[in-house]
Design a protein around this ligand. Sequence first.
Ligand code: IPE
Ligand code: IPE
Ligand code: MG
Length: 269
Amino acid sequence: MTTSPHPSSSVEIPGHGEVPRHVAIIMDGNGRWARRRRLPRIAGHKRGVEAVRATVKACAERGVGYLTLFAFSSENWRRPPDEVALLMQLFIAALENEVQKLHASGIRLKVIGERARFDRKIRALIAEGERLTAANAGLTLTIAANYGGRWDLLQALSRLARERPEAMRDPLREEALTPYLAMSYAPEPDLFIRTGGEQRVSNFLLWQMAYTELHFTDTLWPDFDAASLDAAIAWYAQRERRFGRTSEQLEEASRHPGRGSPLPVAGDA
Ligand code: IPE
Ligand code: IPE
Ligand code: MG
């Protein structure tokens, strides 16, 4: 049977410390950063790549295991064609220039999203970057490109139906579905950050963020740096993650570590 190394948080309560294991970021505000400087929007996207570099480095240094960056949503194709074209050029340049450096730093690169819509060159660069870095044991950097949370759920269900029709029974079990989600190799995000001031999820990781702590900052993505990351992590460290339990239960559990009871789930044997 296909199993996921990271059970979903509604089945098992994940352990967590002061530093999030998995940080997921909606990198928003590039266009506004540029407009404030009377620059074309693409200038903001270019500066955004520098913020990506700084954030990857800072996460690796702080011991974050997984960093997931929303680079292009399944809805971003609705933008003016020239902006989409420039974003694709930037993606190509980033893959061409950064993959070797990521590899040298021991970073594993993953890309999630529907690839069929990208041209051959981008698809080849993605495949090569993933192949080259596959065995690296450092930070896992996931780029979400042409990604949508609804697409992810639908592709997972489609693959489950195709590859394990016997598991497509009523009631469907979480453990059957989750190995087919695009990020089944990672634990669910502990900390979500959205820059740029909007407080919405914009079709990012819908299933996976069921119990993620949500941090919103007005900082525009090109201005995001190690200090911004530290502020978000400090905020995260103050959260009480209950996963449905009461504060009293958590206090009890911290007095008697190791005695924590697993979360009962309807339908469990
Ligand atoms: C995020 O910045 C980058 C992408 C969506 C590719 P935006 O381009 O959305 O910047 P704003 O929101 O217009 O400022
Ligand atoms: C979300 O930003 C997607 C990415 C950052 C890649 P958008 O700027 O596209 O989101 P909306 O349209 O404001 O919700
Ligand atoms: Mg935006």
